[in-house]
Design a protein around this ligand. Structure first.
Ligand code: KG4
Ligand code: ZN
Length: 428
């Protein structure tokens, strides 16, 4: 089964096409095409993602991204298509709120054959609603014109499945397909096509193989991203129970806010990580001490607002903020976050007796968190299998949406309409 996945929940416009084989318990996926355009450079000057701008950029870039992904998958075949008037009218209505998208959409689909794909999967939430709507409307229009079934995907489920699939890695088809190199360097990726100079694609991912096999239930997922910090238990495939969550800020949000206090560019996570690693390479000692909020509380819930405020107060006591102080604050902040994340995850592992631990979401790209979790799981929970996504699949992408889409397509959970839900949850 070939699935085309579309992701526009935040500041990445991404489309991927996967060839999926097997069943939900034992499946193999080949990446046929994968194109992604990050808007980070555009949002940088606002110090965060600006929703109206994200929406406009998605609308501008979806067609070139689609073209790049299809071309990479060798599924783009030129042919003049006559679009029935009734279909055209419906699509015009669906795309009416996305400036310029209907025009580029019709130009594209009237010049290529419907590709040989079996379903279209799109992120329905959580995320920024204006951004989500663009992807949803685009997916609906494609489903209509190409007569393909449509599935709605929860973005966080995408992170879970991506971690399971890439954490149980089987060797890439070609030695050149080092996914971690491919996506880590995504902001500098080469233009794929001369006629869309601004579209970058991750051709390096092509033909990489991912697999899900021998996964023991229950699965505990620690989801850490810009908008989420939660521990979720999966006892059966695609059935989730909430074990713990943040009571205030998400971890990624705390990284981004602390980075802003340290006058580091957006997104702050990678910047803090870079400074912290530099400090750590010199000494494990930190000049400052920050709190570990709720670390000993008898719940699996988190709180990061106090940690962020503690950094703010600490900065007020610093008359000069030089590179050295920034490094030490980043180091101590990252240690504090990691201590809390680990302690709560360990508590949840004990309480749920999970057999598999998954870490997903943008913050799971963090080198220190990945290292500490690997060490601690091995030492304290040797019976638990740890699945951390390959670096390539940690931050938002469309491969994870197509992966989760496969599960819903296998269950024949097809839909004709999708409502964007910025607060969509996996479990209550
Ligand atoms: O999952 P994601 O790409 O988007 C959301 O769905 O939110 O996560 C983005 C978040 C941002 O807050 C970013 O600062 C954080 O992930 N992040 C990191 C790292 N890379 C990205 N945080 C800590 N260390 C990193 N290396
Ligand atoms: Zn995400």
């Amino acid at each position: 089964m070939k699935i085309l996945g579309i992701e526009t929940s935040c500041d990445e416009t991404a489309i991927a096409i996967l060839e999926c084989e097997g069943n939900p318990q034992s499946a193999k996926f080949r990446i046929l095409g994968n194109a992604l355009l990050s808007q980070i450079e555009i949002h940088k000057e606002y110090g965060g993602v600006f929703p109206a701008l994200a929406k406009r950029e998605h609308a501008k870039n979806l067609v070139p991204i689609l073209e790049a992904a299809l071309e990479e998958a060798e599924l783009l075949h030129e042919d003049t298509q006559v679009i029935p008037e009734e279909t055209r009218a419906k699509i015009s209505e669906i795309l009416a709120r996305e400036p310029g998208l209907a025009e580029s959409f019709f130009d594209f689909v009237s010049e290529c054959e419907p590709p040989e794909i079996d379903a279209i999967a799109v992120t329905a939430g959580p995320g920024l609603e204006p951004a989500l709507w663009v992807g949803i409307n685009f997916a609906k229009a494609l489903a209509l014109v190409w007569k393909k079934p449509l599935v709605a995907v929860n973005h966080m489920e995408g992170h879970v499945i991506a971690a399971l699939a890439s954490g149980n890695h089987i060797a890439p088809v070609s030695g050149e397909n080092d996914a971690s190199v491919a996506l880590a360097g995504r902001h500098h990726a080469a233009p794929l096509r001369g006629d869309h100079g601004d579209v970058s694609a991750l051709a390096q991912n092509k033909n990489e193989t991912l697999a899900i096999k021998n996964i023991e239930m229950p699965i505990l997922a620690l989801l850490i991203s810009g908008g989420h910090t939660e521990l979720v238990l999966m006892k059966n495939w695609l059935e989730y129970e909430l074990v713990g969550q943040t009571r205030d800020d998400a971890v990624g949000e705390a990284f981004d806010k602390v980075a802003r206090m340290l006058e580091l560019p957006y997104p702050g996570g990678p910047e803090i990580s870079r400074l912290a690693e530099a400090a750590r390479s010199e000494s494990s000692e930190t000049m400052f001490k920050l709190p570990r909020p709720m670390i000993d509380s008898a719940t699996c819930d988190f709180s990061f607002a106090g940690l962020k405020t503690a950094v703010l107060y600490l900065l007020k006591t610093q008359t000069d903020l030089h590179a050295r102080e920034k490094q030490h604050i980043a180091h101590e902040f990252e240690n504090a976050v990691t201590d809390v994340l680990w302690k709560k995850t360990a508590r949840a592992l004990e309480e749920t007796r999970a057999r598999t631990l998954v870490i997903g979401g943008g913050v799971s790209a963090n080198t220190h968190i990945r290292r500490v979790f690997k060490e601690k799981v091995e030492e304290k929970f040797p019976e638990v299998a740890l699945s951390i996504p390959s670096a390539a699949l940690t931050t938002d992408n469309a491969i994870m949406i197509a992966l989760a889409g496969f599960y819903h397509a296998e269950h024949r959970e097809f839909v004709t309409d999708i409502i964007a839900d910025g607060n969509l949850t996996l479990a209550q």
